[in-house]
Write a protein that binds this ligand. Structure first.
Ligand code: PEP
Length: 256
């Protein structure tokens, strides 16, 4: 089954809501309407920008999607500073990034926490962009496939088979994030294919063939072509390059 590529721009902790509006306008108006039939493009701004982005997308009937960079594992209550699944669903989010290596590293998120967050996202009708990937020392020791597939299977524990269809997986080798060191297309394909095989073993080939597996780590217009040309790479999670409207538009156009 043909999977529609997804290019998602993770803005991380950058851009205020006014800068967000300018960037969304730039992206949306630079890509021709027919393009969006081929490739899905999503912006993932900080929480403080989401309402402005939603208003712009809805008001101008833009074909861009939007999402959030994290979610609370809790529904509501005394969790100061947290943002819940129902709040993000109300803001029209299609996607929520879960398990990004920066959250695993700086906020001590374990596979168990990631699993609860994946459930929180799915419960409210959104799709998690579930990030997995190995640190440099694991890659150097040859454990990258096992590390990434174990993170994947742990994050999906207890989900119903039907729910797996809604999940987007992002293979993000930690050593390639924000470093300018992109994995080779063959490296990306090796792990993305292994992730799909792990899904097929557990949930069946039909479902595994539907799930989109993205690559993330220093993606730019100069390398997206080769990456997306791989059989099991269905798009990209883009950090740094997503903050530059011209570059993000260029790389998105190349995914069509
Ligand atoms: C990311 O943060 O998910 C990412 C892939 O960042 P960068 O593209 O800057 O490496």
């Amino acid at each position: 089954m043909a999977r529609q590529p997804l290019i998602a721009g993770n803005w991380k902790m950058n851009l205020n809501h006014l800068e967000a509006i300018a960037l969304v306008q730039k992206i949306a108006f630079s890509l021709p309407e027919k393009y969006f039939a081929k490739v899905e493009v999503a912006v993932i701004p900080p929480f403080t920008d989401i309402r402005s982005v939603q208003t712009l997308i809805d008001g101008d009937k833009l074909l861009l999607k939007h999402g959030a960079q994290d979610v609370s594992e809790h529904e509501s209550g005394a969790y100061t500073g947290e943002v819940s699944g129902p709040m993000l669903a109300k803001l029209g989010c299609s996607y929520v990034v879960v398990g990004h290596s920066e959250r695993r590293e700086h906020h001590a998120e374990t596979d168990e926490v990631v699993n609860r967050k994946v459930r929180a996202v799915l419960k409210h009708g959104m799709s998690p962009i579930l990030c997995v990937g190995e640190p440099l020392e694991v890659r150097e020791a040859g454990g990258h496939v096992e590390h990434s597939t174990t993170q994947l299977i742990n994050a999906l524990k207890g989900l119903k088979t039907e729910q797996i269809r809604q999940v987007v997986v992002a293979y993000e080798p930690v050593w390639a994030i924000g470093t300018g060191k992109v994995a080779t297309a063959a490296d990306a394909q090796e792990v993305c294919a292994a992730l799909r095989t792990a899904l097929a073993d557990k949930y069946g080939k039909e479902i595994a063939d539907e799930v989109r597996v993205l690559y993330g780590g220093s993606v730019k217009s100069s390398n997206i072509g080769e990456l997306i040309g791989q059989n099991d790479v269905d798009g990209a999670l883009v950090g740094g390059a997503s903050l530059n409207g011209d570059e993000f538009t260029k790389l998105s156009a190349m995914a069509a």
